[in-house]
Design a protein around this ligand. Sequence first.
Ligand code: HEM
Length: 303
Amino acid sequence: MTKVDIKQAQSGIFSDLGKHQWYVHLSRNSASANLDKVKTEISNLVSACESKNINLVVGFGPDLLKDLGAETPDDFQPFTTIKSIDDSGKEAAATQEDLLFWLHSDSKDDIWKAQYDARTALASEMSVARETMAFIYGASLDMTGFIDGTGNPAPEDQPAVAMIPEGEPAAGGSFILAQRWVHDLEGWNKMSVPDQEKAFGRTKADSVELETQEPYSHLSHVAQADQNHSIARRSTPYAFHDGTVGLYFMAFCKSQSPFVEMLNAMYGTDGQVRDKITDFSDPVSGAFYFSPSVSQLSEILGG
Ligand code: HEM
């Protein structure tokens, strides 16, 4: 039985999702970015979030984590593009950045201010590469109208799934997969509900698993065999002013391999037929981060 201490998880990972989410991805302006300044401004963000009860997750990309001199988890790799091997041209794009701030709270104004102050203070060293504001839609729905999260491990099991066990390098931390998926909602809504249900492998109204799974169903690609092949998902929908909509996929795991296995299955690079949902949605960003335990984060930041 692996041992984890949930108190070591950064506040945003397992807490109830706030109504509003803000994802900010930053990369260093140059190789000589001042890392002391970076640490100071992350510390200030941590304090600002604590004072406003904002749930925060700070995630480091592989290069920045190494350059900060932190103990790194085993085999931490950057995200690389995953291309389908059929003739669809479908792929999961890689946009690996250095740093991720994920803030969530019921108060959009508070999270706006906290992330604004942090990115402004960091501007001399790091630039915002991408940002997404997301929200909770109804009963945790994805914009396709399906409930997202039913197959998540039970809350009491999530720490064992998502945190590196005690005794291992970087114990208490979690790997993160962050991807912005863009939905073709118009195309999706032209499909009949039974066909949509076959695509996910669950019913639309109440998320019941279908007895017969089509080889192309989402569930046929991401079924979680056991705790070592499971992930804890915290995804939410987003909508941009230009009409772009989709799912901000956010998940935590104690190792990177389940993410890679699931994505390879979805894109058919492991020999399976491609996941049907990749006909209706494309990830336009993709990055892996590591969220250190509370103690390791404080060590990294010099606290
Ligand atoms: C457009 C992107 C995606 C959408 C709209 C989506 C939506 C869904 C929905 C509706 C379900 C069924 C209900 C549930 O269990 O939550 C589901 C299950 C699941 N998805 Fe996704 N998903 C997406 C991408 C991904 C990706 C990229 C991964 C992994 C890398 C993933 C992993 C899972 C897992 C592990 C389950 C639970 C399977 C089980 O029942 O054991 N999903 N997803």
